[in-house]
Design a binder for this molecule. Structure first.
Ligand SMILES: CCC/C=C/C(=O)SCCNC(=O)CCNC(=O)[C@H](O)C(C)(C)COP(=O)([O-])OP(=O)([O-])OC[C@H]1O[C@@H](n2cnc3c(N)ncnc32)[C@H](O)[C@@H]1OP(=O)([O-])[O-]
Ligand SMILES: Cc1cc2nc3c(=O)[nH]c(=O)nc-3n(C[C@H](O)[C@H](O)[C@H](O)COP(=O)(O)OP(=O)(O)OC[C@H]3O[C@@H](n4cnc5c(N)ncnc54)[C@H](O)[C@@H]3O)c2cc1C
Length: 775
């Protein structure tokens, strides 16, 4: 292997270590000549690093001359030992660095203006019209135009263009500042351009990850809308919508996040002054985690246990000013700050809050659902769970957010797999795209199918939510239990599976998937807390299970159920697996029947076991705990079934060309049969399918992988994520992954100086010491 291809080999062939593969020549820029290793120079016995060797190359004659002069000076004893190396490294090598930069600008660092032919080839073979599918995802052609108009506007701003680099290389503090700038810019644009709510939502989504003031729209404004009286809304909601106050939702404490009845922050009513006195009396009661609280907000909806005359009335919301409106310092009695560095990139300033005898007027309790009168009498207008309304809304939103993160991730994974070539399939042929390997398809396509499944299912959930919310606003809470079940279940299912698939996709990108510049590594860390926030996965599944068991009990008494649990009241006595041949395995209606029977059996078994345990004298809570794992199994089975059903229904009612429908049907079928193979034990154990059917399904899985493969790039292109939203060197639209990777590395602040200060501080003295030491 010659020196010419060393650098390229390092980037292109992490595993096989082959070089100069002809397949890369088509779109790769010419290699640049690396100085021959035989010309390495030794200064003071120290072997020079490769970039120093560049100075000996004829392209930088100036640097070479300087180096010669310096060596003469050394010989003449004019330079001290220390200054020799400083000069050599700080001047000579910096010069050589410039030479490298110059070279990289002309050869290596240039990102071609054309699309990588390997990616273009994939686009040319698409079986359907990508724009049509993009329009469906956006909600119509005019919505796509609207999004693109906003994209153009937002991404023409240099601050937004800079964001991916800050995200990749900035310190936490720099990144936080950039996210404040981003939030404030979007807020200002909204005002100036009089954006509608829809336009603003699109703009927030486009902005990608990290909005320091995200909780303003995520929870503070929705919290006021759902928890405040009309009078209170007139006062504070208007201020919040005009950005005159910036707020957050402070519920979780150091000691309790899940168990809301256990919150220790108290709001004690003082009838004499008609005020509430707020306290976080213990270390475990310190508010801990709220987004935007660490540094950004000046107000908060604080959730605290209401205490009147020594009696506790459960968790209620209070409107509290936490920082001064003039200089942003904490109000008297308040201690507030950042909770510390977190896994991955900080997408928001999560904070802590200590309240020490903070007095707020009685009117600052958000009293839509319950009131405290001046004399201290308490009246509830709705069950206490009505105060959980903001969480329900955010759970619905997080299901859709899972689609956004996963669709970005799978776009990166599929595009990269179409331009990356490695190893050999046919010994006579060139190295194949890694997308050709069936195992690679098996890593990527479940995530691709899941992204579409989540998209359609979360869209359906959002519609149900909007409908139910209107009724709940008017005081009709009938749909609340089902809405709680569906939103908790979808939140758990989407975030949990999205995170798992993103990590698999990250691994499918090999070594480059571990680089921040890949964009996929960042997505994994952004997705990681989503399984915890707004109701931890297991806890949410258990809420679903609780509802399923109750509904099963209702069905057992002969009640006809409707809504998402209607299948529990259907007659399953005569069930027989509806798959009679391998062809039947593509029939979505039959696959849905199999799913429905699996849930029915899983729910009925655990419900019966619970009943038996309780009948045998076990206290209810013990019986529940003894069956938790199977309850979660039942909830997961219910959620998978709901998503398969929603995906399939969405395709049935879709107005689109036969080609687009066909591509989506293949994906939907793959999603359904993948779920069966993943949990084949459950499907066999419940006799939803037999062994023969499982074999058919597994065979079909292989066939579907090959079918999806030919449309894979088109299916991710249809998400139509802008390169700035993707922030990925390896997943950009043009597919020039290697050039972008190298370009990105040049921007790393570690590469600003050729020799790092730590060399002078630690490494050089160490090497010198080692050189002086006797063996
Ligand atoms: C995006 C980034 C920002 C992040 C922000 C955050 O994380 S903010 C912080 C996010 N923090 C969290 O997400 C905290 C997670 N924790 C919780 O949400 C609750 O403590 C709980 C749901 C775990 C338990 O609830 P519980 O303590 O009330 O006790 P229980 O189990 O005994 O249930 C009693 C009854 O209430 C019903 N019901 C429950 N919830 C709802 C609801 N939303 N609606 C309607 N109903 C609901 C339930 O079905 C049951 O009905 P049943 O059977 O009697 O007819
Ligand atoms: C990035 C981030 C942002 C956040 N933003 C906010 C915010 O803006 N505002 C806010 O108020 N909070 C916020 N939170 C807090 C978040 O809502 C909680 O962390 C979350 O609700 C989980 O609660 P927990 O931390 O108490 O977990 P825990 O409940 O302690 O969970 C730990 C383990 O215990 C298990 N467990 C707990 N209870 C049960 C049970 N009943 N049955 C079975 N298993 C159980 C869980 O399954 C889990 O495995 C944020 C958190 C993060 C990570």
């Amino acid at each position: 292997m010659g020196n010419r291809c060393r650098l390229r080999t390092a980037i292109c062939h992490g595993n096989s270590r082959r070089c100069g593969y002809p397949g890369l020549r088509a779109h790769n820029p010419p290699t640049f000549p690396i100085t021959q290793r035989s010309r390495r120079t030794y200064i003071c016995g120290v072997k020079q690093p490769p970039h120093c060797q560049m100075t000996t190359h004829k392209q930088d004659a100036g640097a070479q001359a300087t180096q010669m002069n310096m060596l003469m000076d050394i010989k003449r004893g004019r330079l001290s030992h220390l200054s020799i190396t400083r000069c050599v490294f700080n001047q000579l090598l910096i010069k050589s660095g410039r030479a490298l930069k110059k070279m990289s600008n002309t050869a290596v660092g240039v990102i071609p203006s054309h699309v990588n032919p390997d990616l273009q080839e994939e686009r040319d073979r698409a079986s359907f019209n990508v724009t049509e599918l993009t329009n469906i995802i956006d909600g119509g052609a005019e919505k796509t135009l609207l999004r693109k108009r906003l994209e153009k506007l937002i991404f023409s701003d240099p601050d937004f263009q800079k964001f991916p680099d800050i995200q990749t290389f900035g310190t936490n503090s720099e990144f936080y500042s950039a996210t404040v700038l981003k939030s404030t810019k979007l807020f200002k644009l909204r005002r100036e351009l009089k954006w509608t709510d829809e336009e603003f939502d699109i703009a927030l989504r486009l902005g990608g990850q990290g909005h320091a003031l995200g909780l303003q729209h995520g929870m503070f404004i929705p919290g006021l809308e759902r928890l405040a009286t009309e009078e209170q809304k007139a006062k504070w909601l208007t201020l919040a919508k005009q950005y005159k106050i910036i707020g957050t939702y402070a519920q979780t404490e150091m000691g309790h996040g899940t168990y809301l009845k256990g919150l220790e922050t108290t709001a004690t009513y003082d009838p004499k002054t008609q005020e509430f006195i707020l306290n976080t009396p213990k270390i475990s009661s310190i508010k801990w985690w709220p987004g935007s609280l660490g540094k950004s907000t000046n107000h908060a909806i604080v959730l605290a246990t209401l205490v009147i005359k020594g009696k506790k009335y459960g968790m209620h919301p209070f409107f509290v000013q936490i920082r001064s409106m003039t200089d942003h310092t904490p109000m008297t009695g308040i201690k507030v700050g950042e909770i510390g560095a977190r896994m991955g990139r900080m997408t928001s300033d999560n904070g802590y809050l200590i309240l020490n005898n903070i007095r707020i007027p009685r009117e600052n309790m958000l009293m839509k659902n319950a009131q405290v009168s001046p004399d201290g009498s308490f009246t509830a207008k709705a069950p206490n769970q009505a105060n959980y309304a903001t969480m329900v809304m955010v759970r619905v939103g997080l299901s859709y957010y899972s689609y956004q993160l996963l669709s970005r991730g799978v776009t990166i994974g599929v595009r990269y797999s179409a331009v990356r070539r490695q190893s050999k399939l046919d010994p006579k042929e060139r190295e194949p795209k890694i997308l050709e390997y069936q195992t690679q398809q098996y890593k990527l396509f479940p995530g691709l199918a899941l992204a579409y499944a989540i998209f359609f299912s979360s869209r359906s959930l959002r519609m149900k939510y909007m409908e139910a919310y209107q009724e709940i606003k008017n005081g009709n809470l009938q749909k609340l239990p089902e809405l709680h079940c569906e939103s908790a279940g979808m939140k758990a299912f989407c975030t949990d599976n999205m995170l798992r698939e993103l990590e698999i996709i990250r691994q499918s990108c090999g070594g480059h998937g571990y680089l921040n510049a890949s964009g996929i590594a960042m997505l994994v860390t952004i997705a990681a807390p989503m399984v915890t926030v707004e109701g931890e996965t297991t806890v949410m599944y258990l809420q679903v299970a609780r509802y399923l068991v109750k509904r099963f009990a209702n069905a057992s008494t002969g009640q006809q159920l409707d809504g998402c649990t209607a299948y529990l009241s259907m007659d399953h006595a005569a069930y027989m697996c509806p798959l009679m041949s391998e062809d039947d395995c593509r029939n979505m209606s039959r696959l849905c029947d199999i799913y429905s029977y699996r849930v029915y059996m899983t729910v009925s078994r655990v419900a019966k076991q619970l009943q038996t345990d309780i009948m045998n004298g076990m206290p209810q809570h013990f019986a529940f705990n003894k069956n938790l794992v199977n309850l979660v199994r039942a909830a997961k089975a219910h959620c998978y079934y709901s998503v398969v059903k929603d995906f399939s229904k969405a395709i049935q009612s879709m107005q689109a060309s036969p080609q687009t429908i066909k591509a989506l049907k293949t994906l939907c079928c793959f999603f359904a049969i993948h779920g069966i193979t993943e949990e084949s034990g459950d499907f066999l154990e419940t006799e939803s399918i037999g062994l023969e059917q499982l074999q058919w399904i597994k065979r079909l899985q292989g066939t579907l992988l090959a079918e999806i493969r030919s449309d894979a790039v088109a299916l991710v292109d249809a998400f139509d994520h802008h390169d700035i939203s993707l922030s990925s060197a390896i997943g950009s639209y043009d597919g020039n992954a290697y050039e972008r990777l190298f370009d990105s590395a040049q921007k790393d602040p570690m590469n600003k100086e050729e020799v790092h200060p730590s060399y002078f501080q630690y490494l050089r003295p160490f090497i010198q010491e080692m050189n002086k030491a006797k063996l």
